[in-house]
Structures are given as C-alpha cells and as structure tokens.
Design a protein around this ligand. Structure first.
Ligand SMILES: *Cc1c(COP(=O)(O)O)cnc(C)c1O
Length: 387
C-alpha cells in the first residue's frame, strides 16, 4: 500500500475481527471496562485520553501527511491553540504570514497576546523581510498558511522553514486549503502541519474538527498531553465521519481542482470582474512556486470587483450583490465541501480582522468551488454577474 489513494481508503480500516464488518465499528462510549484495577483492554480507559475511532482517524491522518504522529481535535482552532500552548511561553514572539484565516489571527491577537505572546506579520516570501522580523532567541514560531485565506497567496514552505530553523524557530503550516493530497508540508521542511478538518478533509459541511501532524517525538508528547489534559478532542462520531471522508479525498480534490480552474478561467475573461486570484492562472504571482510545491492548485478562487458610483466604498456594493445573486453557490461561511459556497470575507469570515494588518477589503468575494457539474456552476456565475 504505497500510493495515496490506496492508503486513504485502507489505513486503520481493517474489517472488524469479531464480526467481519467491512467498516470498523464506531465506538460511541465514554469509558472502558478494566479487567482488574489498572489492567486496561487495548490501553483504553477514558475517552478524553483515547478512543478507538479517534485513534484510527489519527493513524490515517499521520499516514496521509507523511508524519509519525497525528492528533485529532474538536475544531481547527482547538488544534491551533494546542500547538501554541505546546511551544510558546510568555515573552515569546511569533511571526505570522501576512494573509491568513481571520480566526487564526484573532486567536493570537485577542487570546494569546493577553498571556504575553508577541506577534508580528511578515511577507514570508521576502527573505529579507522574514529575516528582519524574526528575533533570534525570542521568535519560537513561524506560522504559514498556503494557499492563504482568502487571497490565495502561495508561500514558499521550504524557504520559510529553512530560515526559521536557522534562526531557532519552528514552522507550522496550515494545510487546510491544499490537503495532503495536493501538498505535504512535512516533506517540504515544516515541523508541524495543522488542519481545519471541517473543510476538505471532512468534505461534506457536516462536521467540525481539527488536526495536528508532526514528526518530532518530544513535541508530540507535549501536544498529546495537552490534548488529554485540556480535552478539546474530536468526538467519536465526528472522527468516524472524517475518517470515512478521507476515502474519497483524492477524487473529490481532482474535481475541485478541475472545476476551480474552469471557474477562474471564466471569471478572468469577464469584463465585470476586476481581478481573479487563483494559483492555477499563469498570471498568478506565485504560479511557478505553486507548480513546484503543490500537485494541483486547489478548489478556492477569490475575485475582486471594481467600484462604480454608489454609497459603499469602491467594489464593496458589487461584491455583496454578486455574492447574494448566486443560486447554486450558497452564501455561507466555511469551505471545502462538495457543495459550492460563496463568502464575503470582509463581513463574514474575516470580520474580526478589520483594522488589523490582515484586514480584507470589501471588494473581495471568495468562492469555494464544489464538485457539481461545471456548466451549471458557470451558468450560475454568469447570471449573477449579469445583474
Ligand atoms: C476554517 C479554518 C480554520 C479554523 O478551523 P475551525 O475548524 O473553524 O476551527 C483554520 N485555518 C483555515 C485556513 C481555515 O479555513
């Protein structure tokens, strides 16, 4: 079992020993019977510490990301919070990429800053700027999200992690937009991968989850201890659904990528659209880097509207009217499901970033391109643009 698609289907999915059930059972239990005091069956005692369904998912996630250890959490932000607590102490400093998920910035800026963590934002593709922002001895973490949310910037994982390591910092890559099918940050030099499994890994807009994958044993021990001692674990049912979804990840991503490319190419030639952000377009500033670093360009496309005369600031009115006029693309936060979604980041997913260095302007619309029929999706975009 060497290839991704095969491992995604079979890792930790052995048929049940007792009954031959092809699909392993979902262990909906909070606790496990002990043979005698402290004599545990299969190492299981209480489900904050371990649950067989969650363990199976963790084994599959580690396998697909090419890491030794994986930990599954109740949300992407719970996974991020655990990494931050495992690595940072009051007085430490982190460098964040200058475009990333608003909730990640909020977690650092509104929660961990109050506990003495200092944060800076940098263009991680600019070696001089990254070197100048890292404070040797004090910077413990460099946080990269690529492709970034919502501007679809591609950051060079190899470059950022090489410089970070040289200056004594650990690199975390948020791999939510790419998934391990399209990009494997650990192989590119990063120390830690984090996911919102709510998105492509879950893939059906019906679970909330997060994951941390890494190779370093000492760090894994700290993260495992925090997972157990704090308890932001994924439920057995969410773990089961996520594991089930991994089996179709490769085929879903192939279709997301094909549909997103077609959507980007349609939008780029439409006179009503000022700019299209998709790493698969040859005009994207990091198109060559994306080709090197990823196996496909992902399913997310953002676009910008130019303004014309009206009350709201240039392009904001057009952006919101477009988002509201779409019919197959559902106006909703989140992304990565089989169904297409549209989001107005400035007032939805990135509202908390207003007034910060990662603020998103009101003229931007973000599309999560689903796996519906592409002609239907293009027709929907066309009718909304013609309004
Ligand atoms: C949604 C998202 C998160 C946060 O994950 P939750 O599961 O919502 O807590 C983190 N990073 C990225 C890139 C996301 O899109």
């Amino acid at each position: 079992m060497t290839e991704f698609e095969t491992r995604a289907i079979h890792t930790a999915q052995e048929p049940d020993q007792l009954t031959g059930s092809v699909i392993p059972p979902l262990y909906l239990t909070s606790t496990h019977q002990q043979n005698s005091v402290g004599d545990l069956r299969g190492g299981y005692e209480y489900n904050r510490a371990g649950n067989p369904t969650r363990d199976a998912l963790q084994e599959a996630l580690a396998n697909l990301e090419g890491g030794r250890f994986a930990f599954s959490f109740a949300s992407g932000l719970a996974a991020e919070d655990t990494i931050i607590r495992a690595i940072l102490k009051p007085g430490d400093h982190v460098v964040l990429a200058n475009d990333l998920y608003g909730g990640t910035y909020r977690l650092f800026n509104r929660i961990h800053r109050e506990w003495g963590i200092e944060i800076d934002v940098a263009d991680l593709n600019n070696e001089d700027s990254l070197r100048a922002t890292i404070r040797p001895g004090q910077t413990k973490l460099v946080w990269v999200e690529t492709p970034s949310n919502p501007m679809l910037t591609i950051f060079d994982i190899n470059l950022a992690s090489r410089i970070a390591r040289e200056l004594g910092a650990v690199t975390v890559v948020d791999n939510t937009f790419a998934t391990p099918y399209l990009q494997r940050p650990l192989e590119l030099g990063a120390e830690i991968v984090v996911h919102s499994t709510t998105k492509y890994l879950g893939g059906h807009s019906d679970i909330l989850g997060g994951a941390v994958i890494l190779n370093d044993g000492d760090l894994a021990e700290k993260i495992g201890f925090l997972q157990f001692a704090v308890g932001a674990v994924s439920s057995a049912f969410d773990s089961w659904l996520t594991h089930r979804s991994l089996k179709t990840l490769a085929v879903r991503m192939d279709r997301h990528v094909a549909n997103a490319q077609a959507v980007a190419e349609f939008l780029v030639q439409h006179p009503g659209v000022a700019e299209v952000y998709y790493p698969g377009l040859p005009t994207h500033p990091q198109h060559e880097l994306a080709k090197r670093q990823m196996r496909g360009f992902g399913g997310m496309v953002s676009l910008r509207f130019a303004g014309n005369a009206n009350g709201e600031s240039a392009g904001t009115h057009e952006a919101k009217r477009f988002a509201e006029a779409l019919k197959i693309f559902t106006l909703a936060e989140s992304l990565g499901g089989v169904e297409s979604l549209v989001n107005h980041p400035a007032e939805m997913t990135h509202a908390s970033a207003a007034g910060t260095p990662i603020e998103v302007t009101g003229d931007i619309v973000r599309l999560s391109v689903g796996i519906e029929n592409i002609a239907d999706l293009i027709a929907d975009l066309k009718q909304a643009l013609s309004r």
